[in-house]
Design a protein. Sequence first.
Length: 228
Amino acid sequence: MTRVKESNDVVAPGDVIAEDENVKAKSGAYQEENKIISKYLGTVFYRSGSVEVRPMSGRYIPEEGDTIIGEISHVSYSRWSVDLNSPYEGNLNIADATEQYVDLDEDDLTDFFAVGDAVVVKVKGVTDSMDVDLTMKDRRCKKLEGGRIVTIPPSKVPRVIGKKGTMVKQINEATNCNIIVGQNGLIWVSGDKANLAVRAIKKVEEEAHMSGLTDRIGEWLKEQKGGE
């Protein structure tokens, strides 16, 4: 495959993303002969055998394999409902939440997760009718304790992460914060310099359309730390 644009690159409507008849155009892109072309101003996102463009605006639409941050919104007899910062709610069943044996008649599910708890979850599957099944059977998934959550448009998440994680890594190193970026636009920040980290994330959000953003944010962080 010939990639004209890489993952997390910003593209405009009409930009050629890739040239390969074996790659499928998904959401936000279309195919003309062997070329895949962007429909929107947005960021490029490659998956196995396909590519999509996530527009700079719009709410999060769950996709299988996404790692996201959610908030427990309801506890029922055998599962939790999770607010995903999306038009669609997620379902987390006991079997996908814990390896521990749970006696539904004796155990209280709120001992695991209660309404209002923030959790890192993975999208296990999405049906045609947009039933979203979640799992915590991934090393990144956990209940979040302390810290704070900042919200950005989901389309700008790739810019906060950066190519090969360069952007979030430099924010992490400059602020000595623990940062978890959910693909649904929710970002958890914990650390002594959380305010600086949040300001940096918001600056990335505001300047997501600009080129050379990683270097710009790096210089900005040096200036901010120099003024401490």
